[in-house]
Write a protein that binds this ligand. Structure first.
Ligand code: PEP
Length: 257
């Protein structure tokens, strides 16, 4: 469903801080973002911070045009799951978003498609927008099975929540080979997979496919952001490394504005 006219979907840029930060450093970064994005109101922005710093993100960002969110959560409402964070705990700290199915959790924490789908469903249930990550590994890319992999990941969530449920979230296509490498997908390469994802959703529900945001992630930097964001099926960015440097993240957000 590649469109020839500019998309009416409002762009969204999300920073993923991963396991970085401390109280003093976060304060400087968050305050710089508030200042740097204050007058840029034509796009949406968010930062997904480590869980212990949600309180701080809420304190600094409340009332600004920057939302905040978690980087993961458990799929159950509570229980004997030492070290895990329940969905309602993110709600308690005012989270608008939670990243679900990031490749680092799929690979390093063995999160399966069904677990990702369960987390997506419960996030929607508690009123937090899941940012659902999907993307192929380098081996899968080299084997030419990108579409097969992405379709499998998408279908796991679609079959659990249906198109209407999917519409409550945001997708983030992140080729795993591009994450943290500094060698991202080209705008044309990225656009092709984004269009494939949107078309696959359209097979079930055209309206949902037209409206859902599909962010791009994987070495989005100041140098390539504007070009990526100009592609018709790229509705924003999920930014790792570059979200840790205020000037860089602000520049990427402004490119979306
Ligand atoms: C990410 O962590 O989701 C990510 C895209 O990281 P980076 O921008 O560093 O590639």
């Amino acid at each position: 469903m590649t469109q020839n006219k500019p998309s009416s979907r409002r762009k969204l840029v999300v920073g993923n801080w991963k396991m970085y930060g401390n109280l003093a450093w976060n304060k400087t970064l968050l305050e710089s973002l508030v200042e740097g994005l204050r007058d840029y109101r034509n796009a949406d922005y968010a930062v997904c911070v480590p869980t212990p710093y949600l309180f701080q993100a809420q304190a600094v960002l409340a009332g600004s045009n920057i939302a905040w969110g978690g980087q993961n959560m458990h799929q159950f409402e509570g229980g004997a799951f030492t070290g895990s964070v329940a969905p309602h705990m993110l709600v308690d700290f005012g989270c608008s978003y939670v990243i679900i199915g990031h490749s680092e959790r799929r690979e390093l924490c063995y999160e399966s498609d069904p677990v990702v789908a369960a987390k997506f469903e419960v996030a929607v249930k508690v009123g937090i927008k899941p940012i659902f990550c999907l993307g192929e590994t380098r081996e899968e890319y080299e084997a030419g099975i990108t579409e097969e992999v992405v379709a499998r990941q998408l279908d796991a969530v679609l079959s659990r929540v249906g198109p209407d449920g999917l519409a409550e979230g945001v997708l983030a296509y992140e080729p795993v080979w591009a994450i943290g490498t500094g060698r991202g997908a080209s705008p044309a390469q990225a656009q092709a997979v984004h269009a494939f994802i949107r078309e696959r959703i359209a097979e079930q529900d055209f309206e949902v496919a037209s409206h859902i945001k599909i962010l791009h992630g994987g070495s989005v930097r100041v140098a390539n952001a504007a070009q990526l964001l100009s592609m018709p099926d790229i509705d924003g960015a999920l930014v790792g490394n570059a979200s840790l440097v205020a000037d860089q993240f602000i520049a990427i957000c402004r490119a979306a504005n």
